[in-house]
Design a protein around this ligand. Sequence first.
Ligand code: 2HA
Ligand code: ZN
Length: 450
Amino acid sequence: MRNNTQPPADLLARTAAPYLAEITTAAQELALHGWAEANAGNLSLRLNDIPEFPGPENRLVRPFPDLGGIGFLITGAGTRMRELAKDPVSGLCLLRLNRNGTGYRFLCDLEPSSELPAHLATHAVLAQHRPEHRTLIHTHPTALVALTLLYPEPEALLGILGRMHSEMDVFQDRLTALPFLPPGSEQLAQATGQAFKDYSAVIWARHGIIATGPDFYSALDLIQVCDKAAQIALLSRNLPGSRVSRPQGKPMHKARSLKGWNAPDGIETFYKVRSRDSHLGPEQFAGLTRRPVHIVLDNLRSAFNVGSIFRLADAARVAELIPCGYTAYPPNNKLEQTSLGTTGSVPWRRFDETTEALRQLKSKGIQVVGVETAEQAVPYHRFEYRFPTALVLGNEALGLSQSVLELCDGIIDIPVFGYKNSINVAAAAAVILYDIASRTGWLDQTETAR
Ligand code: 2HA
Ligand code: ZN
């Protein structure tokens, strides 16, 4: 809606005049950093003592009684930061809430920013809790947004940022993060307003950041430091020859609980290791549903491979493991070097003859699927399983014997494109098992706490 009535001609320009230098700087910086693609981002400033001006009144979805009679400068919807930097007055709206805070009038040729709800909700909180914080900047810092994709958990994200850059101390624990909420939405506005009770900057996952300060320069400082930390975090990842461990900066207060999070190898980590089932007692664990997949090992040569498959069977919580013929079985030193303690958590039984194991499984209605690069094999990702199913894995060199193949209800293989024309049997088992788990939706079933 445009304001058609004639307001005092220069009220907007006069009101904005004392702030033009900082608004210009902020807009320039946001544009130069590449955080203000198209019309991304918005700024606002809370003012007192704005005279009433005529014009149609716009009602607010949610009233802000504490902001009654308060005025704001806020960027207009569609304003580009690069344009705002050149001509700030043309990109700004002067907005004033009515006495009850139930509606507002505005002066400008544009609608106020699409994030007006978040700006108002935040200013309402700041006016009450930290009146000296009058400015808000919202922008889309590229590295920071990328980092929110890599670390969706706010605690992990804040922990990483806190350790990346000593300048993060400027925040003095006043930075927090919200999960993704739709841009411009009432939910985003409410969650952001709440967060500003305790924080001066709020990261919006997969979107950007919004920060406050007594002036635009200090709000901009917070955002620049935060994105710098995010850039350092991204640039220092996974470079060849780089040290695995992160530099030990002083963690921010919110991240302090991260200290002492240990990976299973005892080395301190920056993320909380997800435990899934490992916190359960043996009896609770034994009560969990096991996936209807049996794994039959037909004369495997390497006890190390058997151990790896035990570990995999534990991870995917399959029904059972059946070592047959001369396949190693527990207790076995080599096997235990790779099974890493999982022989106790995976049900297993052994047979002298693979064919005997298969006959027993088939008699219980279990589908038997051989893994073999045979002529008639179906690529594993297209095979239609019928559960319960048994996967039969063969000897590393010889594959499945003819008598075993004859008992199979289906044969699958893994397409390979290399010179060697095969992959390790434990790796093959992992590929096939996790394909099944992903196709059946098991990966999304969180029977136990994450
Ligand atoms: O101003 O950045 O979040 C456009 C936006 C919406
Ligand atoms: Zn935005």
